[in-house]
Design a binder for this molecule. Structure first.
Ligand code: ZN
Length: 270
């Protein structure tokens, strides 16, 4: 499902350089809002950032082949950001099996050091590595340091910074190699200088807006971060549905650029 351009923010098909918002909810999902996770896309290939919900069907719904995954990044180990991982891995396994496309290269999973240990333990509970023709998974730790180079591939270079949350968490910056454009995703955080620095001059800043305090950010604070970072556009995610109608006006009080409230299963070019 695609939406038309609004507030100067383009939406597009997931074939070009884009981000697909697979869910928009803060920790409390509802029937219209899955927990926040997203796919960063270049020509049909995608990086999955966090893994909520049941991703296989959601990826298919936005026109992505789930098997075209470049890698997976988990920002932190809270249930709403990781609970879809086991069924996602099982889905990739079964899709490959049924399409006779057994994945030969390992699937890379990146996460902050503490989160990575817990992700490994969670995946390990299901003993998937004993399944016939199961692809292997490689685990890569992300250090809690500003400007940490997570990885790079033919499409993107990816950098992280630690955020201010109740557990160790990271924000991410994707630089598209062919266009030089950049996308920054705050994940969960209180407003902080680390995210501001990472978001400096970003073409699109995706910031959480679940409310002020307790390691989170309000829409007005997200607008202020976007303004201080000189970001070109702001997209709000990780919000509570009952606050949705207020978010746009709140963000616009502190940020004069284009703002949009992300909708589930919507693709945004950047
Ligand atoms: Zn969290």
């Amino acid at each position: 499902m695609f939406v038309s351009a609004e507030n100067g923010i383009q939406s597009s098909s997931p074939s070009e350089t884009s981000v697909v918002i697979l869910g928009t909810a803060a920790a409390l999902a509802d029937f219209e809002h899955a927990n926040t996770y997203l796919a960063v896309v270049r020509q049909g290939r995608y990086w999955l950032v966090d893994c909520a919900d049941s991703p296989i069907g959601r990826l298919q719904q936005v026109g992505l082949d789930p098997l075209a995954v470049s890698g997976l990044i988990i920002t932190h180990f809270h249930p709403d950001h990781v609970f879809g991982l086991p069924i996602y891995l099982m889905g990739l396994y079964l899709l490959g099996f049924f399409k006779k496309r057994v994945r030969r290269e390992p699937l890379a999973i990146y996460a902050p050091v503490e989160a990575l240990q817990l992700v490994r333990a969670m995946v390990g509970l299901f003993q998937m590595q004993s399944w016939t023709d199961m692809f292997s998974v490689e685990y890569h730790p992300i250090e809690s340091r500003p400007g940490w180079v997570v990885t790079e591939d033919a499409d993107f270079s990816i950098v992280s910074t630690p955020t201010h949350h109740s557990v160790s968490s990271i924000a991410l910056r994707f630089l598209a190699k062919d266009t030089g454009h950049s996308l920054v995703y705050s994940s969960d955080t209180a407003p902080c200088p680390e995210v501001e620095a990472l978001a400096w001059g970003a073409d699109l800043l995706i910031h959480e807006a679940s409310g002020a305090g307790f390691g989170h950010t309000s829409a007005a604070e997200a607008g202020a971060v976007a303004a201080r970072a000189n970001a070109a556009r702001l997209l709000l995610v990780h919000y509570f549905a009952d606050a949705k109608s207020r978010l746009l006006a709140e963000a616009q009080r502190s940020y004069s650029g284009p703002v949009q409230i992300a909708e589930d299963l919507t693709t945004y070019a950047w």
